[in-house]
Design a protein. Structure first.
Length: 181
């Protein structure tokens, strides 16, 4: 009977060593950490929308520079809000929640019912029209743009050899100015 105890103790000790070795490997394996962060990310974002009482299908993709969340919901109008204000607030709050949990900030971009895609098309047209006015000698000021909208126009014009864009002002009064180089 004593031998049996020894075997079970040895077996138990080996089992404990295997578990701790696996745990150690998981801690040092970057793929395991990435997978765990991805699960936490998905869980946190899904919990956020559930807490708001929004029934939605979410598609979440993390890139080096941002976290993209595609939302399909019957509540899309409520998520977008008046002129996209609610959507912008959701993006900011999600970014802050995830930054606190992860220890580093990463921009969150939420797409609902092609709202941002359609808005980006309008912004591209607006940037091109503004560029044409600038080339005719007028400085152009675009007001009432959200921060992500200003960013889109800055990115559109960033490689342009004829015009330059710059944000001026603070808060709600921030304006995008486009002028010749």
């Amino acid at each position: 009977m004593a031998k049996k105890l020894d075997k079970s103790n040895k077996s138990s000790a080996l089992h404990s060593q295997n578990i701790s070795a696996r745990k150690k490997n998981d801690d040092t394996n970057p793929r395991s950490k990435s997978r765990d962060l991805g699960k936490v990310l998905d869980k946190d974002i899904k919990n956020f929308f559930q807490t708001l009482g929004i029934d939605a299908n979410l598609d979440i993709l993390e890139t080096e520079e941002e976290i993209k969340v595609s939302v399909e919901s019957e509540d899309s109008g409520m998520i977008i809000g008046y002129h996209g204000e609610t959507l912008e607030a959701i993006q900011l709050i999600l970014s802050l929640i995830l930054a606190k949990k992860r220890g580093s900030f990463k921009r969150v971009s939420v797409e609902v019912g092609d709202y941002k895609k359609n808005r980006e098309e309008w912004l591209k047209k607006t940037a091109e029209e503004a560029k044409q006015k600038v080339l005719q000698g007028e400085e152009v000021r675009l007001t009432d743009l959200k921060s992500w909208e200003r960013r889109v126009i800055h990115l559109i014009l960033s490689d342009d050899k004829e015009v330059i864009s710059e944000s001026m002002g603070e808060g709600k009064d921030r304006t995008l100015v486009i002028r010749p180089k």
